[in-house]
Ligand binder design. Sequence first.
Ligand code: UDP
Length: 503
Amino acid sequence: DQIQTTPHVAILPSPGMGHLFPLGEFAKRLVHQHNFSVTLIALAAGHPSKEQKAYLHSLGPSIGSRQLPPADLDDIPADAKIETRISVTVARSLPPLRDVIASLKRTAHLTALVVDLFATDALDVAKEFDLHPFIFFPPNAMALSVFLHLPELDRAIACEYRDMPDPLELPGCVPIRGEDLLDPIQDRSNEAYSWLLHHSKRFLQEAEGILVNTFVDLEPGAIGGLLKEEKSGDEKKARRFPPVYPVGPLVQSSTAAVDGGAADDHHQYSCLNWLEEQPRGSVLFVSFGSGGTLSSEQITELAHGLELSEQRFVWVVRRPNDGGVPNASFFDSHGGGGGAADNNKLLLDGPSAFLPDGFLDRTKGVGRVLLSWAPQIEILDHPSTGGFLTHCGWNSVLESVVKGVPLIAWPLYAEQKMNALMLVEDIKVAIRPEINQKKRGLVERHEIARVVKALMEGEEGKKLRSRMRDLKEAGARALAQGGSSYNALCEVASSWKKNKTLT
Ligand code: UDP
């Protein structure tokens, strides 16, 4: 076969749209700014969702994609955590991954394999094929610091992290209470914890470098802390952590590609027309990401809270999770097939089945309720949008930073409590409602109304908004030529362009 001379990078996101997007955006930067060609290798447990297919297709001809066959997870217990399911999917996909890499190697000048946080087993394949083994970490530098310190914490701390008497102090990070640490390490006897520990050890041992979707002005402390660990000390300590490259904020430029013909497209986009008619900065966008769900009781409180706040809103409602799992739709709705039927059912039944009686009528003039997939980027970009009540998924946070929209932090799962902590206490761009622990951990309607009002029309909201606008400018500077993230990516790209066998 004729080998292409353009340097080529293979990228392996772990399943889930929240992982695919940032890696897709990263691929675009490699192609458009550094003249790489790229193949995205997609994984799914079950059949790939239409959103995933539509997104890969939207990347255009310069970014190829390959879909690995679905991994068989039939033997995995139904109550296995999402991190376990994702990690097992990756581990079982190594044989077809090898085939794809071998075939790319025959025709392309393949130089690096970039995998994301739960796909570290694939770094073995990078080594087998003599490729630069890199990790792309979609969350932030603070979460990366937890990952890189996890093997040490595991040795030093005997109890559950949530029972630690003092908050965890990592270099340059805001102190983190044990209970706010990421979900999958909250139960050390669970298999998800073993997987996280496994990945974190491989971060330290197998990665040549780690790219992270953040930027220096957003997390100066945490990034400074990581870089210091990388360089400080004597010879032996000098390579304690692999080099870390903050290359963010990498976010999609538009949402349009993903919906791929959803039954309620018209309704989804009509909300943008509705936004046109609303006063500047007057609308609160409410969404819990691609997988976040609430209980029926909490949906009722949120509905009443929005009504009591007397503010305009666009709310993306998903079916309630009365099984009690807050990320119930992560895998099946937008991460791996099966969800479309559910969403269609939801569309047929309508949201009134689980919204308070008369809510839709009473809020007709001031609110919009969307089902399934919202054009989030376009909504955040719209001048009428003045705030975002978010589950603090890191993509959503970065999108808000890029668009300069202040936040209400309502974390649900994964590392979202840590993100909320940082947004509220460290970079001060979010307000957080109190949870009533005595009432089944509910956020009650009056509390919701209070934070919504404070964000949308209070003095506090003004401060958060102005801080978010500064960060928006800082983010744009980081990505522009000569900016910190731009330079970090240049450094990585040029190392990949060197012939690996000579380095
Ligand atoms: N998203 C969207 N429409 C939706 C829900 C989510 O466009 O209705 C996008 C959102 O813009 C973001 C991603 O999906 O890019 C969600 O990623 P995030 O890290 O915020 O949360 P996750 O879904 O991974 O928990």
